[in-house]
Design a protein around this ligand. Sequence first.
Ligand SMILES: [Zn+2]
Length: 633
Amino acid sequence: MPALKEIEEKIREFLPREVGVSEVGAEGPKIVLTTDRLDLFIDHDTIAKDLARSIKKRVLIRPTPSSLMDPAEAETQIKKICGTESGINDIMFNPYQKEVMVEAEKLGNVIGENGTNIKKIIKDTGWSPMLERTTPLKSNILSSLRKTLWDKKVCRKRKEFLDKLGREIYRVADHGCDWIRVTPLGGAGEVGRSCFIVQTPNSNVLLDCGINVAASDTKRMFPDFRAMQLAIDDLDAVIISHAHLDHCGFVPYLYRYGYDGPIYATKPTRDIMAMLQLDAVEISAKEDKELPYSSPDIKNVIEHVIPLEYNEVADITTDTRLTLFNAGHILGSSIVHLHIGDSLYNIIYTGDMKFGETKLLNPADYEFPRLETLILESTYGGRKSIQPKRKEAEELLIKSIKNTVDQGGKVLIPVFAVGRSQEVLITLEEYMKNQLAEIPVYIDGMVYEATAIHTAYPEYLKRRLKTMILRGANPFLAKNFTKVNTKERIDLAESNEPCIIVTPSGMMTGGPSVEYFKRMAGNEKDLIVFVGYQAEGSLGRRVQKGMKEVVIMEGKKPKNIEVKINVITIEGFSGHADRRQLLGYVKRLHPRPEKIMTVHGESKKCADLARGLSRVFHIDTRVPMNLDTIRLV
Ligand SMILES: [Zn+2]
């Protein structure tokens, strides 16, 4: 990829003479032009678009410092341009990147028809607006993230970090790119601690960095970094496919041990990741299980995230170009596409994906510019891993709830805070109009926060849901839904009121679902419903298998719990593609890959899926174990 000097020459050649450009730089992967003719770029907005297309990079246009309006004045001007109807709640300035954050209830009004307001703001004030939505559900995480990221000190640090990174990415490469290899450091032949390193002569890029929440010994809990044979600060970039802890739970550790480079992820992934990591720290402190990082490390993570939108192309090292695509798994989840070398090689890493209808998200993208190797998840890749139709799953859920409630019982649904819980809530809301009318639904733990974050990013949701949220008919605000405070938890678990409780963690590896379970386990009238994957070793898996007595740790003391509660597993709500969908995905995939590596599944399932794929499509398939290096070029 070209060095910055070459890019600068191309830009100067491309632009008409009257467009004075005083400086060309790079903030991380984005190219920044400083000009005293910002007005020309605004009036002729094709200039910037054509330029970006010609150099294949995101280009930010910034004014020279003298033409930047004073913040207090700019704030008044912005409010005047957008009008009171836009419901602006907050405006914050980042003088280092010449950006202004505008948080408002109605972003459509802030943008104006065809973006007229945005253009006017830039032209009048010189500041580039960054828009954030005021959420209908209040989210503490979102407000504290915004405060952190727009804090002046953090803005200054971030500018220094992005400038340094820009120089790294757009330097002259040390070597030609004549080999590429991939090594799983975790997450091959298992579900949990996903982490893959992609290496070339010039770069070391990490795909995901998770923990295995169900593992009891630390050896199987974290990725094995010793096998990289690199110091952690030799990593050039980390890409996070989505915010579940088995894909991002170990990222703060990197910062604790010397990494100070970028994390690439979508904005929802950044926010949910911060929320789940903070929650993991809190839970581990409460339950006396040690995590090798703490909250200052998480703050460090947040400050180093470079958010990307789907389909946005970013150069992340001298020889690697990244694009994220929709994975259909949870809010903001991505399929990672890497283009390596000069048209040399293309890898797709699916992360976790869903290739079927859900109520929240569109199915995973399947068309890519180029593709040679596919790294494919295999959670439900086994020969028998076929899930029932979604409609059947819903009907079974509703029937089971009704039976329990009619007999005076409570229903506990342990869920991942993100993804399954919103699917379940939307489903319950739909059936509330008739079958489930008047049954209270209690939402505990991080589910509420996670749901609030969903309402901040409706553009990532399915169209129908997005329009509902933008119109104010938000299904997450249903009147039967009640948020539970920690103090009310025990009373609720011990009460005789028939109700539904939706709470994490999904595999009962900690968090409120375990607290409820302890108190409800002995009650024959109650019901526990599993709607998500239960990993080997988790309490959820033991209960699911029908054990009549389980041991739960209370602090460091084991406690025996008798299980009399009714147990049901309902497949079909999963955020993962089942075997049929995985095969269907490869069939639709364009272009078809030369090689497929199956990972993220119990080893038998990875092998089953690989056999199926090679039989049906005659593609070279591999089933790597952790630490197996596979050379691609
Ligand atoms: Zn996941």
